[in-house]
Design a protein around this ligand. Sequence first.
Ligand code: HEC
Length: 235
Amino acid sequence: MYSMYALFGRTPDASRAPSYRKRHRAAGYAFLILLLLISYLCIDFAVGARVEPSPRASLHMLLAFVVTGLLIVKISFLRLFRQFYDQAKTMGTVIGILTFALVGVSAGYYLAVSRLGLDKTMDRSANYSFRGPLLEVKLTGLPSERIRTDSRSIERGLIMFESRCANCHDAHSARTIIGPGLQRILKNQKLPVSGHPATAESIRFQLKQPAGRMPSFAYLSPDEVDDLIAYLNTL
Ligand code: HEC
């Protein structure tokens, strides 16, 4: 934006125009590449998370769509529909301001609530890892996740499993009743249906936002879920 402002809004010095143009074009390509890359990651993230986006995430998405649309129209004005060339200037400014808002509601918000990134518990993206070459987003566990191993937790987990899960899940085989058998559920590499890594965090996620025909268990307390996971870990 600055290079174009300098070019159109200030500089009487025509000799510098090509250099401003060049800078603007380089910044434009960098912007486009970043936009495509980040959009790809965000879409992958949203699909992987299978969650209805929060109000803030919705606003972020809306801004991203508007910025992308404006950018396409602006480039078409510059390359194809030159009669509209003048409007490209205004659009550039609007794209710049909307991008500022776009980054503000997500990265800005994150930096603010996590005290500039120092508070790692805010970083839910720690649940995800990137794998090349297509930068697949996968749920993983929080690195420090500990699973309870004391016999009382396991016993409470067993009782809960019998009453809430056993109708649909066989604990002692991989046979499907309504849901898949859960034998070795946390010892295998991946969960049977979603293919998410077999971690406590993935199970938590499944209980909160289950896929397919499994009902949600979002009402269980974190303590109850920990017991349930302690039991699943013994299978
Ligand atoms: C009404 C039946 C039903 C109940 C009750 C139920 N589930 Fe499920 N569960 C399913 C179905 C169906 C699937 C397969 C989901 C799909 O189609 O993606 C599933 C999948 C799963 C998976 C595999 C998820 C994956 O990502 O592969 C786990 C783990 C699981 N359930 C755990 C539980 C636990 C723990 C409970 C008890 C708190 C429970 N389920 C209760 C039906 C049920």
